[in-house]
Design a protein around this ligand. Sequence first.
Ligand SMILES: N[C@@H](CCC(=O)N[C@@H](CS)C(=O)NCC(=O)O)C(=O)O
Length: 202
Amino acid sequence: MMQLLTSLGSPYARKARVLIHERGLGDQVTEVPTKALENEPSHLAANPLGKIPALVLNDGITLVDSRVLCEYLDGLGVAGRPLFPAAGPERWRALTLQALGDGICDAAVLLRLEGLRPEAQRSPMWTERWTAAIDRTCAKLNGDIGLLGGDLSIGQTAVAAGLDYVDFRHPDFGWAARYPVLSAWMRAITGRPSFQATAPSD
Ligand SMILES: N[C@@H](CCC(=O)N[C@@H](CS)C(=O)NCC(=O)O)C(=O)O
């Protein structure tokens, strides 16, 4: 059995959890709840960066970074369609969307960490920059919703995981009210059983 070091709140790990559901891999992967900031020795042995997700394969080799391990798992899929298009423009669209979705997560995680610092130590400059990055990405996708069309891809999965994480950690961000086209797309994708089964929680 492969082991996915994961948490219920991580938007990066959620991509893998959605993919496992969509690609029929539930009986090949065990989820190992892992608190990223607690530096458990088994976690650091698997990933010296101390980040989740990480995937320990049956032969003990470990894959790190959600982009890497998601593509590996997709190659093992036994149900549904691949989330990583094999080649051509569709592949680059999916990978670019994945980078935008992960980038929303990066900015939202940094905003959260900034918010946990004592108020006097918070940086208005960085707070503004990360907020603007998320908002611009939402505006871009809202204005060009065709980018998010077609069969479920790792790109769509990453964007949805990122936006759901924004709502989870920053409920007052308000992107859905400002970007109704994107919000309608989000309602549809998060209605899938794979997203329903993996909604973020603490
Ligand atoms: N690029 C990485 C990002 C992973 C990441 O930053 N995960 C967070 C949890 S949501 C984490 O482990 N943070 C702990 C740390 O940065 O030390 C991926 O896609 O897997």
